[in-house]
Write a protein that binds this ligand. Structure first.
Ligand code: FCB
Length: 485
């Protein structure tokens, strides 16, 4: 979203280190993971390969050649992990379902053992009073569908709707929130544009086709699910909207271009029923958008009980002057191709620190701006922070009270972003909850196991779990609904 420079209406600490802020009783505190990042058991109980299995097993794609074969072994440690969630007092667990565990080739009848695993997970959550927030797709497309074109193929959207119907029939009586897709921006532009993510294709036109077919899959899935659910769930999608800051005279134009490709190409069809005209214009040299068929935008435009928002940092842009050495702080130079079809002149500038271990700048005002600007544009749209958190290098230390991880920086990051969320609520934003990324350390995509986002430490040798100090801090917040110092 474009940045608003409106000063925060609430008085508070300028560095967002407030304490004592109270969250409403209805606020849903939880934590999030994703199937490929935590489950492991990659070839067990009938699971078929996904594009992330293929990608992670391709030399040179992942740091240290790490794979998700074992990951945090959540698949085998489910009961213990559920107990850990319970011990933190979480009100929700946001997890994703591996499509290729349910349909090994992305089509055809359900694999009962796959359904059984998620039934155990969902029932285990409910038994502990934890709401299941299901993400139906967190990037792990069945490889067999990729072999037929993946998200560049319209048929994938229809296959996704069939998968949604299987999930609806199996769990449609007890899921709290159905999130169709996680961050379709990443699936489309990193998967098919820059190639930094699976399936690793580098073709701008393919990325734009993927954007549309992901949007279409979202709409079709909601239409398939709705008649099957028997409780009263929320329907949702999670976006990683970019909080854009422009620099200098060309800042506004650079912001417009990236806002179109990153934000409005999703928000437009999802919440307004139309693609923004400027995105079609900006990309016309790359694609004619003939893949958008009559009726598609109506299908995509489904009511969302809640819109999921993932936020980590801000993005600073301007137009390149064509002469000076070009900056590319979003890192796409490292991977060769650009994830921004049609925005060739946009420069991504380094931003002031501090930074997390990912090199991402820490700026809680970005979260406040994002939530407030969404609220201003879509005043009746409830929102949920579905991911926020930080990677830092952690060490386990032995103390008289047992093993501990003193992750001061992560705790501080969370405190500052919870402050930002609270300030947004004080400015009228209907924010329903907050899912900390991540419940436990896990496979961080191209970075493998080198980046730790968990509030629970995972020893990748022994798979032992150790709640970090941030988890203890979070448990105190959840228990009291009051931001601890
Ligand atoms: C988001 C992803 C999530 C995790 C965090 C750090 O883009 O949705 O799986 O990798 O970033």
């Amino acid at each position: 979203m474009t940045s608003t420079t409106t000063p925060a209406a609430t008085a508070g600490n300028p560095d967002y280190r407030d304490a004592g802020l109270v969250f409403p009783d209805s606020f849903i505190f939880g934590s999030a993971t994703a199937s490929y990042q935590v489950e492991g058991a990659f070839d067990e109980d009938g699971r078929g390969p996904s594009i992330w299995d293929t990608f992670s097993h391709t030399p040179g794609k992942i740091w240290n050649e790490d794979t998700g074969d074992v990951a945090a072994d959540h698949y085998h440690r489910l009961e213990a992990d559920l107990d850990l969630m319970s011990s933190l007092g979480l009100a929700a667990y946001r997890f994703s379902i591996s499509w290729s565990r349910i349909q090994p080739t992305g089509r055809g009848p359900a694999n009962q053992k796959g359904l059984d695993f998620y039934a155990r997970l969902i029932d285990g959550l409910i038994a502990r009073g934890i709401r299941p927030i299901v993400t139906m797709y967190h990037w792990d497309l069945p490889q067999a569908l990729e072999d037929e074109g993946g998200w560049t193929n319209r048929a994938t959207a229809y296959a996704f709707a069939d998968y949604a119907a299987i999930l609806g029939a199996a769990f449609g009586d007890r899921v709290d929130t159905w999130t169709t897709l996680n961050e379709p921006w990443c699936s489309a532009y990193l998967g098919y544009g820059s190639g930094a993510h699976a399936p690793g294709r580098t073709d701008g036109a393919a990325a734009l086709a993927a954007v549309h077919h992901l949007n279409l899959a979202h709409g079709l899935a909601i239409l398939a699910l709705k008649p099957l659910v028997t409780n009263d769930p929320d329907f949702s999608i999670t976006l990683n909207l970019h909080v854009l800051r422009g620099e200098g005279e060309t800042g506004p134009e650079a912001v417009r271009q990236i806002d179109a490709l990153a934000n409005r190409v999703f928000l437009g069809p999802l919440l307004k029923g139309a693609y923004p005209a400027d995105v079609l214009e900006d990309t016309k040299g790359i694609s004619d958008w003939a893949f958008v068929l009559p009726g598609d935008t109506e299908i995509i435009h489904q009511p969302l009980e809640v819109l999921g928002v993932n936020y980590y940092s801000t993005t600073l842009v301007r137009l390149w002057d064509g002469e000076s050495p070009r900056e590319n702080a979003d890192g796409h130079k490292d991977v060769g191709a650009s994830p921004w079809p049609g925005a060739d002149r946009v420069e991504f500038l380094a931003q002031p620190g501090p930074y997390t271990e990912m090199g991402w700048n820490i700026d809680p005002s970005g979260l406040e701006d994002l939530l407030v600007s969404l609220h201003e544009e879509f005043p009746n749209q409830p929102l949920m922070v579905t991911e926020n958190g930080a990677a830092f290098a952690d060490t386990v230390v032995q103390t008289d009270d047992g093993p501990r991880v003193h992750d001061v920086e992560r705790t501080d990051y969370l405190r500052r972003h919870f402050t930002a969320a609270h300030r947004a609520m004080a400015r009228g934003v209907d924010l329903r909850g907050y899912q900390v990324w991540s419940l436990m350390d896990n496979f961080e995509w191209g970075y493998g196991y080198s980046k730790r986002f968990g509030i629970i430490h995972v020893d990748y040798e022994t798979l032992e779990r150790t709640p970090k100090d941030s988890a203890r801090w979070y448990a105190a917040l959840v228990a009291t609904r009051t931001l601890p110092a």
